[in-house]
Design a protein around this ligand. Structure first.
Ligand code: NAP
Length: 493
């Protein structure tokens, strides 16, 4: 990891109660691997369930002090942290590309996106307003206040190892909660670097804790069931999310879930086709297709299908697959060879069922940088996909575009909604009546209309149906970390 200038950012053990876990478990460590070349970047101490318990105890001890700070004092802490992250953005981006693979420009964009949540929630924390309500009796007054729920725990995924953590931590800390997070084992270094900068920013001891460990099941049990945990937040697969909801149910914890998607991307015949193709390419190939809001099923109206396919194929020829540190790379490696196997299986299965590969890019392996990894998959365009195929029912999480044709709007809406997922949907149309009809008919938490980049700190991010509940970002994002308290004053003359 020689290309990290500030080597102190590279931390290899959990950050609990303001200290770095010492090597009482030094014999237990796991490898962090660069998916672009499969080389081990470093070993990280493998925290155990007892370490998660210690982190929760620390967060619980820290809570009364942290929550009694004014929103302005908490904001000062968050802004100090944001400033340090910003000062180290280049190193943090490099660390992210090393462990996750994404192109360096995308990694830098993720760091800045993560910082935006610290700034956003440091301000929103100052606007946690209550209410007064006209009472039914002249002797009573009714007030409503909002208070931090207490200790908040979280589990985050590998596809946005910096921003998913900050999106949760910023809201939790601004609301007055203390926080314990377990990042994904593939990408612990970004989370630990954030902990190092939290320490440098003097966040109070125990207010922010990071537990890195590969026994996700055991650590997850603690984070969801410990009696001192009041709220749990998860971003990851729907399958894991369902298990964690069940675990939280035992203690009736407050829960929010950002789970998998299966986004329809719809192009109507009134659309600006070039605009739709530009939007599709930037959405689909970001992070090599490994985002939960990635276009997954591309519905194109039959009468523009040929034109759309020709233009899209032409655009795909310019995309390059390669190492994220190569500035010409558009499509970086997937997180693991297992992820590539899944994508390959979906494409093969679709072909067997009658779909056609219209285009497939080259892998551009670079012998000089040793990109011999089996984590790469090239940009692929499949035509003739149908709603019944496995690839249309599954979140692909790879750089594959599946084209499905449709004839009319009613049929299209039925198909677009025929999934358990409900995170993001996109459509392109220049017909204002159609824009209103389709926006209202799509059963999704977020809808992009002639737009394929949805997420920012000011907007509520989240899904419906199997894609989860709760919202992150925006002023709604604080609600998940707050309790409403009703105060009834009586006996007033
Ligand atoms: P995953 O297996 O659910 O892993 C995500 C996190 O959950 C990791 O930290 C993992 O830890 C942990 N985990 C796994 N099994 C667990 C268990 N039994 N108990 C407690 N924690 C457990 O998901 P993935 O396959 O890595 O990630 C891709 C999925 O996440 C996709 O479906 C994607 O759509 C979804 N996602 C959703 C959003 C969103 O905002 N809605 C954002 C990103 C990703 P280990 O790494 O240690 O196993």
């Amino acid at each position: 990891m020689h290309n990290i200038k500030q080597q102190d950012l590279i931390k290899t053990s959990s950050f609990i109660n303001g200290s770095w876990l010492k090597s009482q478990h030094s014999s237990i460590a796991f490898d962090v691997v660069n998916p672009a070349n499969l080389l081990c970047l470093t070993k990280v101490h493998d925290a155990q369930a007892t370490d998660a318990e210690n982190a929760i105890e620390a967060a619980s001890r820290s809570f009364p002090t942290w929550t009694k700070l004014t929103a302005y004092q908490r904001a000062d802490h968050l802004v100090a942290w944001a400033k340090l992250i910003s000062q180290h953005e280049d190193d943090l981006a490099r660390l992210l590309t090393l462990e996750q693979g994404k192109p360096l420009s995308e990694a830098l964009a993720e760091i800045r996106y993560g910082i935006s949540y610290l700034h956003w929630f440091s301000e929103e924390g100052k606007r946690i307003y209550g209410d007064t309500i006209p009472a039914l009796s002249p002797q009573q007054r009714i007030l409503v206040t909002k208070q931090a729920v207490g200790v908040a725990t979280a589990i985050t995924p590998w596809n946005f190892p910096n921003a998913m953590l900050l999106r949760k931590a910023a809201a939790a800390l601004a609301a007055g909660c203390t926080f314990v997070v377990k990042p994904a084992s593939e990408t612990p270094l970004s989370a630990l670097a954030l902990a190092y900068l939290a320490e440098q920013a003097d966040l109070p001891q125990g207010s922010f804790n990071v537990v890195v460990g590969t026994d996700a099941k055991a650590i997850g049990e603690v984070l969801t069931k410990h009696p001192k945990v009041n709220k749990f937040s998860f971003t990851g697969s729907t399958e894991t999310g369902k298990k964690l909801i069940a675990q939280c149910a035992e203690g009736v914890k407050k829960v929010s879930m950002e789970l998998g998607g299966n986004a329809p991307f719809i192009v109507f015949d009134s659309a600006d086709i070039d605009q739709a193709i530009t939007g599709l390419i930037s959405n689909k190939f970001r992070n090599a297709g490994q985002t939960c809001v990635c276009a997954n099923r591309i519905y194109v109206q039959q009468n523009i299908l040929d034109t759309f396919t020709k233009k899209l194929t032409q655009s795909l020829t310019t995309l390059k697959t390669g190492n994220g540190f190569d500035q010409t790379t558009n499509i970086s490696p997937l997180i693991s060879s297992k992820a590539v196997d899944k994508v390959r299986h979906l494409v093969n299965n679709a072909q067997q069922q009658g779909a056609t590969i219209e285009f497939q890019g080259d892998l551009h392996f670079d012998n000089k940088t040793g990109n011999k990894s089996d984590c790469f998959y090239p940009a692929t365009l499949l035509s003739g996909v149908s709603q019944q195929m496995e690839i249309a029912k599954t979140e692909i999480f790879g750089p594959v575009i599946s084209l499905i044709s449709f004839n009319n709007e009613d049929e299209l809406i039925e198909q677009a909604n025929a999934t358990d997922a409900g995170l993001a949907a996109y459509f392109y149309s220049q017909n204002i009546n159609q824009i209103w009809r389709v926006s209202e008919a799509l059963q999704y938490g977020m809808v992009g209309i002639n737009e394929s980049a949805l997420s920012n700190a000011a907007a509520p991010f989240g899904g419906v149906k199997g894609s989860g509940n709760g919202r992150e970002g925006s002023h709604y994002g604080l609600d998940d970390y707050l309790e409403i308290k009703y105060l009834c004053f009586g006996g007033i003359d």
